[in-house]
Design a protein. Structure first.
Length: 223
């Protein structure tokens, strides 16, 4: 769906009221520079309200989230997908120098006494480890052109905008959503934190991972 095309179509779908006669300016008062600003703000609000009143335009505005190399789309019906282990289809174990080449920098690692193995698949570096008794998956991708981490979520999945160390992020929780990992069939995913760190897009997943634990773990990652 093309947002620009949908908004352009509003001219034919929204009935605009006739412009009332304008009052003559008051000569006794000086220029009020607030009026043009207030008028501009009012026009933006009216245009946005009109766009949201049209179902197609409302879907284009509200149903897409883009964050670095990741995208989230809200859909009415999820495609067929199965629940598989978090460690499935991550690619072969690679040395640190290979992971660094894929990310154009050292990968971010959790504060563990022994670093977990690094996997690489289609420029995505992933690592699986235990955090507070739960298995979690961390995937990292360099923000090159194109979307590598794709998600489809239904209305029962909650999507919240968050900040991780000052960087933008998204927290997905509630009902499972469908995750498309490069080179792998779609699978059902649990709670997920998506965020950016400089030129990296990171994805942290755990079946019962809480937002507080996910954000705490994200802030603890180091090179």
């Amino acid at each position: 769906m093309n947002l620009e095309r949908e908004l352009t179509a509003l001219a034919t779908e929204v009935a605009w009221p006739q412009t009332p006669p304008l009052r003559a300016p008051l000569v006794a008062r000086g220029p009020d520079f607030r009026r043009p600003l207030l008028a501009a703000v009012a026009l933006v609000l009216v245009a946005l309200a009109a766009a949201l009143a049209v179902p197609k335009s409302r879907a284009a505005i509200l149903r897409f989230f883009h964050l670095g190399a990741a995208s989230v789309q809200l859909v009415e019906r999820l495609p067929a997908a199965k629940e598989r282990p978090l460690g499935a289809d991550l690619g072969p174990v690679v040395p640190a120098i290979t992971a660094r080449g894929a990310l154009h920098q050292k990968p971010l690692l959790p504060p563990l006494s022994s670093p977990p193995p690094l996997h690489a698949q289609n420029e995505v570096v992933s690592l699986l480890f235990r955090y507070r008794g739960e298995t979690v998956l961390l995937s990292e991708v360099y923000d090159a052109e194109g979307i590598l981490l794709k998600k489809l979520a239904g209305s029962a999945t909650h999507i919240e905008q968050v900040r991780v160390a000052g960087e933008p992020g998204l927290w997905l929780s509630g009902a499972t959503h469908v995750f498309f990992f490069p080179g792998a069939p779609p699978r059902l995913a649990g709670n997920v934190l998506l965020w950016q760190s400089n030129a990296l897009t990171l994805r942290l997943e755990g079946r019962t991972l809480t937002r507080a634990d996910a954000e705490r773990l994200a802030r603890s990652l180091r090179r």
